[in-house]
Design a protein around this ligand. Structure first.
Ligand SMILES: Cc1cc2nc3c(=O)[nH]c(=O)nc-3n(C[C@H](O)[C@H](O)[C@H](O)COP(=O)(O)OP(=O)(O)OC[C@H]3O[C@@H](n4cnc5c(N)ncnc54)[C@H](O)[C@@H]3O)c2cc1C
Length: 488
């Protein structure tokens, strides 16, 4: 490793790699630091990125009104999002897709999510392929250095121009110093930092189930705050919705369970809270995972209630709600066996009984019998007078054994902590930029949101990772040109 760079990028995830590619094309001497053994971060799991008016959308005859997207985001955030940043991002989003394609990234289709717009440009082979078969090989060919198992530990500003980074090599615990004019923080937020989650948004550990790489420990935020950055919290967690409370499965594998990934999060079954009461139209909840997550977080406990008839139906006959583009099969053939295994293994999140009365006692929900009776009555009446769930998803709960699956709120990332300007430069307590310091991706996304991520515009966070990585480098390039011009 050399020890002087134009740019050091901390974090080799989706945003970090996007910045690195733009830096490679700009001829900047660049180092990428990654604390994990492997690169990609949570970017490896990303399905797709937002764009409006891309060539792929045109091919699929999809037309997106950019002003409508802008208004949608401003309204959704109650005008807490930054108008100018969104405008810039939306304007450049179509070009972002061509840029990704030019750098080896392949897309399978453009899709929507739930009731959202058709803006989700799905990667062929998830973010894993986009990074490992596109962006990473590209920067390697261009001679950009990537160091894995090297963590940016702390940073000092040693002159008006330079940052000194102390890095720790986790293979042998050795340390080194690296100098750079520009530092880009791309460490993926703080979803895996329990203390910070609790301090900033009062989110208790048992309320949020991270479903990410496990490496988002808030390092970028801590580095920026140590350099005088403003603490900027909106409370935004990208909530995924219902997920199994299974402590035996690592976070990044939670959705691999059929019961977790295909049923509790995506089929509008009967849901009750700690009292045994319904609290939401379960179909709307499935369509809008972020809002589903908010509703789950407001309850003390949430259970998904299934009976054997429904499990058999989903296993052998048909799913009840289409799950395109995630899941294209019409049944969930492994579901019954998987549930039996969970029961046999005595997994704590699954409760089973031969009657609703026994189930009510086991999970200590005083109103469960009343709720199930009412639900079955509504099924007979073919109308959900209570919550307005469409009748095709109203299926009676009447054939034992009966199951109560305890779920929590899954989450993908945080989206706050730092304030940046529209060039992704980090701002201090007074709103002034800290020279040479940039935050991108989840670290630098606070100005994009209110308290809730808008699933209505699918792919907007991952698209922002790409956009903000490029945006920071474009700004750095301009500042370097200025320095050279002034020196001449
Ligand atoms: C399963 C999943 C699916 C998702 N799907 C979508 C989607 O389809 N569309 C969408 O819009 N959003 C999606 N997201 C949300 C979001 O786009 C991703 O979380 C995205 O990866 C964020 O990119 P990032 O670069 O900010 O962080 P990451 O991709 O997580 O990269 C951060 C990297 O920084 C490294 N790092 C951390 N600290 C240090 C340090 N001190 N020194 C060196 N390296 C460090 C980490 O190890 C990690 O590799 C998804 C998230 C998940 C978890």
């Amino acid at each position: 490793m050399n020890n002087e760079y134009d740019v050091v990028i901390v974090g080799a995830g989706l945003a970090g790699f996007s910045a690195a590619v733009e830096a490679a094309d700009s001829g900047l001497k660049t180092l990428v630091l990654e604390k994990g053994k492997t690169t990609g971060g949570s970017g490896n799991y990303v399905e797709g990125v937002f764009a409006a008016d891309s060539s792929l959308q045109k091919k699929q005859n999809i037309s997106i009104d950019k002003n409508k997207v802008l208004k949608e985001e401003m309204n959704y955030s109650h005008y807490q999002a930054n108008h100018d940043m969104w405008k810039k991002y939306i304007k450049e989003s179509a070009e972002n897709i061509s840029w990704l394609q030019k750098h080896g990234v392949k897309f399978s289709e453009v899709a929507s999510l739930g009731t959202g717009l058709d803006t989700w440009h799905l990667f062929e082979g998830l973010g894993y392929n986009a990074i490992h078969m596109g962006l990473e090989p590209y920067i390697k060919v261009k001679g950009i250095e990537i160091k894995t198992q090297v963590k940016a530990e702390s940073v000092y500003k040693i002159s008006n121009q330079d940052f000194e980074i102390k890095v720790v090599n986790s293979k042998d615990n050795s340390t080194e110093k690296v100098l750079t004019r520009n530092l880009i923080l791309a460490t993926g937020g703080y979803l895996n930092n329990e203390k910070l989650l609790k301090e900033t948004t009062f989110t208790e550990k048992n309320k949020i189930l991270p479903m990410n790489s496990g490496k988002s420990t808030g390092d970028g935020l801590k580095i920026a705050w140590s350099l005088g950055a403003q603490k900027y919290f909106t409370g935004m967690k990208m909530r995924f919705g219902a997920q199994l409370k299974d402590e035996n499965i690592p976070p990044y594998k939670l959705w691999e369970s059929n019961l977790g990934g295909l049923v509790v999060s995506a089929q509008p079954c009967l849901w009750v809270n700690e009292q045994g009461d319904r609290f939401i139209d379960e179909n709307h909840a499935v369509d809008d995972w972020s809002c589903q997550g908010n509703a789950i977080n407001r309850q003390d406990k949430v259970f998904v209630i299934l009976d054997q008839k429904l499990i058999d139906y989903l296993t052998d006959t048909s799913i009840i709600k289409d799950m395109h583009p995630f899941y294209k099969a019409t049944t969930i053939p492994n579901l019954r066996k998987e549930i039996d295994d969970y029961v046999n293994n005595k997994n704590e999140f699954i409760n089973v009984a031969n009657s609703i009365k026994d189930l009510q006692n086991i999970i200590n929900t005083p109103h469960l019998i009343k709720t199930v009776n009412r639900y079955n009555q509504l099924v007979k009446q073919k109308k959900d007078f209570d919550f307005g769930k469409p009748k095709k998803y109203m299926i009676s709960i009447d054939s034992g054994p009966f199951y109560a699956i305890e779920v929590g709120c899954g989450a993908y990332t945080t989206g706050d902590g730092l304030k940046v300007n529209i060039d992704n430069q980090v701002l201090d307590q007074e709103g002034k930029k800290i020279k040479g310091l940039y935050a991108i991706g989840s670290d630098g996304s606070g100005i994009m949101y209110g308290d809730t991520y808008a699933v209505e515009v699918p792919g907007s966070h991952a698209g922002y990772c790409v956009f903000s990585g490029r945006n920071a480098i474009i700004s750095i390039k301009k500042s370097l040109i200025k320095i050279v011009t002034n020196e001449n």
